[in-house]
Design a protein around this ligand. Structure first.
Ligand code: IPE
Ligand code: IPE
Ligand code: MG
Length: 262
């Protein structure tokens, strides 16, 4: 997939085409991670129950996923349910799980068509057996795909992930002297994947809420006031255009600016 594939998919005359033209294909983020937030507020603004926001957010997931696959991103990680989200009312959690199950059933064909590999990060052992079976099935059926890697963070916590990685490292037989940042990262749920280059959070909150704590060490952070159910292809393209204007220094210094060039 490539920028051309994305452009071919955007209807002629759509303002998204102009936005897509601004994207530099050689400077795409490899990994985009999204904290999908604001479903409850979206519903509240419409005097609807919170769960209607979760339902509406599924269309945003579809559009972001297809845009990412067509654009040729390597990895997309969506934060769908945190270890802290169990604090919510049981009815809301139940509906979220039901929507997840329904989504997996209805979207499997789309994942296969778009050559997307589905992968769960988090503690799936804490989820109900029927949900796990659905997740395992989607991961298994898409395991041979070579396009976009779609990580869904479920029953996920960044601190829990680090603790789990330490446990695995301790039982792996790796000598303490051989433990360094690179070897440790292989024990994370995202082992072998590039770290997120771009972290997007919708709905304006300026916090990371226990998401990918290790991996976002040098991610560029983009926060938009748009609520998740309103987030569309255009919003993702805007985030990528903004990302490409950033100057990533990794603790070094900015490259010299050529004379006369701004
Ligand atoms: C994000 O939307 C979805 C999940 C955390 C599952 P919220 O449900 O957090 O919506 P707000 O933040 O209350 O608006
Ligand atoms: C973060 O959103 C978790 C997910 C998007 C799944 P929350 O709505 O749970 O985060 P807080 O409570 O605002 O930090
Ligand atoms: Mg929230």
């Amino acid at each position: 997939m490539s920028l051309d594939q994305l452009m071919a998919w955007i209807p002629p005359g759509s303002p998204d085409l102009e936005l897509a033209r601004q994207i530099q294909p050689d400077r795409l983020p490899q990994h985009v991670a999204i904290i999908m937030d604001g479903n409850g507020r979206w519903a509240g603004k419409r005097h609807l129950p919170r769960v209607e926001g979760h339902r509406a957010g599924i269309q945003s997931v579809r559009e972001v996923l297809e845009t990412s696959a067509r654009l040729g991103l390597k990895v997309l990680t969506l934060y769908a349910f945190s270890v802290e989200n169990w604090k919510r009312p049981a009815a809301e959690v139940g509906t979220l799980m039901m929507l997840l199950k329904r989504y997996l059933r209805s979207e499997l064909a789309t994942l296969l068509e778009n050559n997307i590999r589905f992968h769960v990060i988090g503690r799936p052992e804490g989820l109900a057996p029927d949900i796990r079976a659905e997740l395992d099935d989607a991961a298994c059926q898409t395991s041979g795909n070579s396009g976009l890697l779609f990580n869904i963070a479920l029953n996920y916590g960044g601190r829990a992930e680090i603790v789990d990685a330490v446990r695995t490292a301790m039982t792996s037989g790796l000598a303490p002297a051989d433990l360094d940042e690179e070897s440790f990262a292989r024990f994370l749920y995202t082992g072998g994947q590039p770290d997120p280059d771009l972290l997007i959070r919708t709905s304006g909150e300026m916090r990371v809420s226990n998401f990918l704590l290790w991996q976002i060490a040098y991610a560029e952070i983009y926060v938009t006031d748009t609520l998740w159910p309103d987030f569309r292809r255009r919003d993702l393209l805007e985030a990528i255009v903004a990302y490409q204007k950033r100057d990533r220094r990794y603790g070094g210094i900015a490259p010299p600016v050529a004379a006369g060039v701004k």
